[in-house]
Write a protein that binds this ligand. Sequence first.
Ligand SMILES: C[S@@+](CC[C@H](N)C(=O)[O-])C[C@H]1O[C@@H](n2cnc3c(N)ncnc32)[C@H](O)[C@@H]1O
Length: 262
Amino acid sequence: MTPGFSGEVAEYYAKYRPGYPPPVIEALRVVFALDIEDIVLDLGCGTGQLALPLASRVRSVIGMDPEPDMLRLAGESAARQDVRNVTWVLGADTDVPAVGAAVGRRSLAMTVIGQALHWMRHEELFRTLAPLFRAGGGIAVVANGTPLWLQDRAWSRAVRAFMEAHFGTTLQATCGSGAEDRRRYAKALRATGFTDVRETVIEYDTELTFDQLIGSVFSAIPANELPRRDDRPAFAERMRRALPPGPYPESVRVSVLTGLMT
Ligand SMILES: C[S@@+](CC[C@H](N)C(=O)[O-])C[C@H]1O[C@@H](n2cnc3c(N)ncnc32)[C@H](O)[C@@H]1O
């Protein structure tokens, strides 16, 4: 079951979610010694935040996601950027055995999973992927910063309070971006036989306008809980009034957890 990335949420994701800065792509290239002969799988590729910048470094990318709207927008973005070596495949982690049957053993240089592993059965997935990697290939689990409502900033605390009051719930880190998640994933990688398991961190500072902030918030709300289109301007206005004046500074910490197969 796809966790709510359909329709307008996919549109907000494509438009407002930040991608990854070049040092993240470079870190992946270095760790797995990616070259122009390689095939990589981007599982849970969304609208192509990793698949697209990786495409110029390798022979081909398989961008796989169970949400057709995310894939459609990824394909449109690829066409705009004239990226032609990504194959967009509708599928989830449970379909990886079919990918394996298609590409064969020892054929993948990397599987990258950005902000998506928490929806997968990661232990089973790691076992399925292990025989598919060439020597020195492996898995990268990428977390793109801290959710906008969980940062240690006055504006972020205000976003959180506003959202918690609106949805009548307590917001927690559920996107696999926490240190405890990383420890679990690292342990599972080692248990599956991946070696040299380590985290690379890339940090940078940025600033969000209110439109970027609210667009990003909408991209993180499950499609069935998104305020109705007609109600969205009022929702945005109430949030704007609950926040200090922008712009909103953010320190982004991208975590890249990797494990290699020999
Ligand atoms: C938060 S987005 C991440 C998109 C992109 N990888 C990034 O780093 O920004 C999570 C994506 O995982 C996909 N997804 C959810 N469950 C999945 C599963 N079981 N297998 C593969 N992808 C899944 C969703 O459809 C969504 O596109």
